[in-house]
Unconditional design. Structure first.
Lengths: 254, 305
């Protein structure tokens, strides 16, 4: 109950933030302008529209999660609105989860709006409503939920600028960590390989949520992909949120 | 009557700065707030008033000592079911309207929807903010925020209200209205703990006070017990006499427009001044006996500490 009240208020706060609409505008613009890129392309133009559209949803969604998520808890502490809130019968963990869920709800609505624009643009090319594309967006959403948890974690103890840098680093590392897999294969067995394996386990692998190529190229999706990605996302998100709660529960609000 | 709040030897040290330097802000604070009373917590800036309140609310964690709020730890959410709090500076969600703001806090207390709107309307009327109920808080002046903040503190119909500097930022009329609301809370059987720099307000409405200086309580008790009713001195304003003639009776504080203000410390010398005025065909403009005030006690306590 308390969590949902805080989540709804966070949603209200986020949707009244102009930066969200600025990002939504640019995202929509990029999706629509993918048509220009398609015209300049030799080959399958629809694939270009789909590629650019999904990349745009993923990129602007990540920007929304980072830019709003990193300021969310910090602003409460900095503006001291948290004083009145913590004086009410709520637990600190409830506050944090409410904030997180509020932002997840905001992202879901924004992603919904971007997807709608995307589907309309694709429809104008193919005259078909391609619901398969929505599957790729659902995977993007799972990735953004994890990124939001990371943004909230950093927001608990750091300024928005630093938190944004940390969260952005997490996002970039997450998309390039798969390279370690190749490195592990090429490294001879021994301490070096073990170290790389531990590093690969600890670092996020956000490519788990990337099925854009499969969806755009109409390739068959590996069996159990849904379960694997959802399980990985849920476990990693829960772990990051647990860290955030641990940091937050003993913090003094001076 | 029992105590709604008990603090025993509460200590807190902050470590601030790039190279953390410890600063002890609370050095063993102990006091009780009894059910149904208005308790004034006063002290100079930086004395530890707000830090004490933050410990009570669970915003900061004391290093040592115990705090009991309604017989529970402040970290137990149940201890705050019947608590209302107005922070020192009214920092609220400025994107919400006054009505939305109060509705949000009412929801946190689980007040039913039908009851919420009735309660919000009643509280907005109480703090005279009905006219601004649909305005976002970012358009509010500090005084307006203070009023709507007080409404927020009362949204759960608390039996104990903590008000941190509730009269700051208000004009004299607003101060009187808030004072009246605080008194009406006590009349309704509620307990109030409030901090203020405005000693006249504390003196006017508090049953008991505690004076905190540099993280320690230096004086606490019933106002009548702390402040002596003995006349400390008498201020007499006279005209038609030379200031030098008055010097024998007391301290001549000022001479302006032919009027001299004399502070007479001994009661028998007051009559001497009046005799002198009669003999010299002068005139008495004012004669004010001054008993010890809370301000005197406060200044004295701060100076001694």
């Amino acid at each position: 109950m308390t969590i949902s009240v805080i989540a709804r208020n966070t949603f209200k706060e986020a949707v009244r933030d102009r930066i969200l609409y600025l990002l939504l505008f640019f995202s929509g613009l990029t999706i629509i302008l993918s048509r220009v890129l398609a015209v300049l392309t030799v080959g399958d133009r629809v694939k270009v529209v789909k590629d650019v559209g999904l990349a745009s949803i993923s990129f602007f969604g990540a920007l929304m999660a980072i830019m709003i998520g990193t300021g969310l808890v910090y602003k409460e502490i900095e503006k001291r609105t948290i004083f009145t809130l913590i004086s009410k019968p709520i637990r600190r963990a409830e506050f944090l989860l409410g904030k997180f869920l509020g932002l997840v709800l905001t992202l879901a609505v924004m992603l919904g709006a971007m997807t709608l624009i995307f589907l309309v643009v694709v429809f104008l090319h193919t005259f078909k409503v391609e619901f398969g594309l929505v599957l790729a967006v659902v995977f993007i959403f799972m990735e953004l939920v994890l990124l939001t948890a990371v943004a909230v974690l950093f927001s608990c103890f750091s300024t928005p600028i630093l938190s944004s840098l940390f969260a952005l680093s997490f996002y970039l590392i997450g998309h390039f960590s798969w390279g370690l897999e190749t490195l592990i294969k090429k490294t001879p067995a021994g301490a070096g390989r073990t170290f790389l394996r531990i590093l690969y386990t600890l670092l996020p692998d956000l490519e788990n949520f990337n099925i854009k190529t499969e969806v755009v190229q109409n390739l068959p999706l590996p069996a159990g992909l849904w379960l694997g990605a959802a399980g990985y996302g849920a476990a990693y998100t829960a772990f990051v949120l647990l860290l955030a709660v641990l940091v937050f529960r003993r913090r003094d609000f001076i | 009557m029992g105590n709604v709040l008990e603090l025993r030897d509460v200590r807190k040290t902050f470590k601030l700065g790039f190279i953390p330097k410890p600063r002890e802000v609370l050095k063993g604070v102990s006091f009780d707030v009894a059910e149904g009373e208005i308790f004034g917590y006063l002290g100079p800036n930086g004395a530890g008033k707000t830090s004490t309140i933050k410990c009570v609310l669970g915003l900061i964690f004391p290093d040592a000592g115990t705090i009991s709020l309604f017989g529970r730890s402040p970290l137990d959410p149940r201890s705050k079911d019947k608590l209302g709090f107005l922070p020192e500076n009214p920092y609220f969600y400025d994107y919400l309207t006054a009505r939305e703001f109060l509705d949000f806090y009412a929801q946190l207390f689980g007040v039913a929807k039908g009851e919420r709107s009735e309660r919000i309307a009643r509280l907005l009327k109480l703090v005279d903010m009905e006219r601004a109920s649909a305005l976002p808080l970012r358009k509010f002046s500090r005084g307006m925020l203070q009023r709507v903040g007080l409404a927020q503190a009362l949204i759960n119909e608390p039996s104990f209200v903590i008000l941190d500097e509730p009269l700051g930022g208000l004009d004299p009329l607003g101060r009187k209205e808030i004072r009246d609301i605080i008194l009406s809370l006590r009349d309704a059987g509620r307990t109030v703990l409030f901090t203020s720099h405005i000693l006249q307000d504390i003196e006017m409405i508090c049953d008991r006070v505690a004076i905190v200086v540099d993280g320690r309580i230096h004086n606490q008790g019933r106002l009548a017990d702390l402040v002596s009713e003995k006349i400390l001195f008498t201020e007499i304003t006279v005209s038609g006499l030379a200031a030098t003639d008055l010097a024998a009776f007391g301290e001549c504080v000022s001479v302006r427009d032919g009027r001299a203000l004399v502070k007479v410390y001994a009661e028998d010398k007051v009559q001497g001044v009046l005799d002198l005025v009669r003999e010299g065909h002068g005139r008495v403009h004012a004669l004010i006996p001054r008993a010890q005030t809370l301000e005197d006690l406060f200044v004295d306590t701060v100076a001694r500490s």
